[in-house]
Design a protein around this ligand. Structure first.
Ligand code: PMP
Length: 351
């Protein structure tokens, strides 16, 4: 028996999610959640869920949500795939598009789920070295890549690639699928969704977790050519015919119907991020230019590990990054202005 247990997926090195403390009194700036509640329309939609919504299976096509997303981006519902968070959508994309023979390329410093998926699905991968300023570059891509994936803005750096850079990449590698993970695009970047209407090898993945304040609901989606969407559907249907539960479909649909609230929240976070960056600079931090709802920063004299530990003692959670590639950085999510003022005050007393 013991040898049976010892053989069970021991070689997997799964993704480890950020700390979610039971104690809700922390100022929680460690997992890039939105500090604002979802739109009131989302809450109304959840309250309108009926007994039959729960008794019956949900719409396997999640049609109302796919239509709302399609209208929002002025594309067709046949361009839209939905799933339980963008992590699931990305997982399906890895299965559907990245072949085992040729390596998948992604940046050396990036979202740590990508190597986990590769190990799970036995996909070979190579990592592209970062430029000196920590921006993404693709110079290391070899002759026969099996695919390319990267976040834009990148995580955890927050740095953005331009649409021109993305377009030249999708043009250059027309025979492979390129997945752009836009989890943080609504905080100051331009989405590449428009390019999916011209380039059939581009898949853009987004989420309702960050800019729509719905991390707890688990809704993500992909936008791309109908052939890519059909391939994702085939993979999804091989796991589970129902992409989303009835509550998630209703609630996420309502979120796409409240544009004004969405823009207000995003603008507020952008304004707070820019204010907070200036405050960090004044405290002798080096801060990478972020177009996301977090900043990646290091202090010129004090170790990140010490700072994150001291902040935790003051009931503020941030994420300390330490790896052989990039060390001594803090990733700090942008909360309310009040949260960030509290953080700056605490840093002032620690430094
Ligand atoms: N992509 C990136 C770059 C992320 O940081 C995250 C959040 N951890 C995700 C995707 C997944 O987000 P979700 O599954 O909540 O949609």
């Amino acid at each position: 028996m013991n040898s049976l247990w010892s053989n069970l997926v021991q070689n997997l090195d799964p993704y480890v999610a950020g700390e979610q403390p039971k104690d809700k009194t922390y100022i929680k700036l460690n997992t890039n959640e939105n500090p604002y509640p979802p739109s009131p329309k989302v809450m109304q939609a959840i309250q309108s869920v009926t007994a039959s919504d729960l008794r019956l299976y949900p719409d396997p096509d999640a049609s109302s949500l796919r239509t709302a997303i399609a209208e929002y981006y002025a594309v067709s519902p046949t361009n839209i795939f939905v799933g339980n968070g963008s992590d699931e959508v990305l997982g399906f994309a890895f299965v559907a598009f990245f072949k085992k023979e040729n390596p998948l390329y992604f940046p050396e410093i990036t979202y740590s789920f990508y190597p986990s998926y590769c190990r799970l699905y036995e996909i070979r991968y190579r990592q592209c070295a970062m430029a000196n300023d920590w921006s993404i570059q693709f110079d290391d891509i070899g002759d026969s890549p099996g695919g390319i994936v990267f976040p834009n803005p990148n995580a955890p750096t927050g740095m953005l690639l331009s649409l021109q850079q993305i377009e030249s990449l999708v043009k250059r590698y027309q025979d492979i699928v390129i997945v752009v993970d836009e989890a943080y695009i609504d905080f100051g970047g331009d989405t590449a969704i428009e390019l999916t209407q011209t380039y059939s090898n581009l898949l853009v993945v987004q989420t309702c977790s960050k800019s729509r304040s719905l991390a707890g609901l688990r809704v993500g989606y992909a936008v791309g050519h109908p052939n890519l969407i059909a391939a994702l559907e085939r993979v999804k249907n091989s796991f589970n015919a129902y992409p989303l539960d009835a509550i998630a479909i209703r609630a996420a649909t309502a979120s796409f119907e409240d544009q004004v609230y969405f823009e207000q929240c995003c603008n507020q976070i952008i304004e707070t991020r820019d204010w907070f960056t200036a405050q960090l600079n004044a405290l002798s931090f080096q801060v990478l230019e972020s177009k996301s709802n977090f900043v990646f920063a290091r202090h010129t004299q004090v170790e990140a590990k010490h700072l994150s530990k001291s902040l935790k003692e003051k009931a503020i959670l941030v994420r300390h990054f330490s790896s052989p590639k990039i060390d001594n950085y803090l990733r700090i999510s942008i909360g309310t202005r009040e949260d960030m003022e509290g953080l700056i005050d605490s840093l002032g007393s620690i430094l």
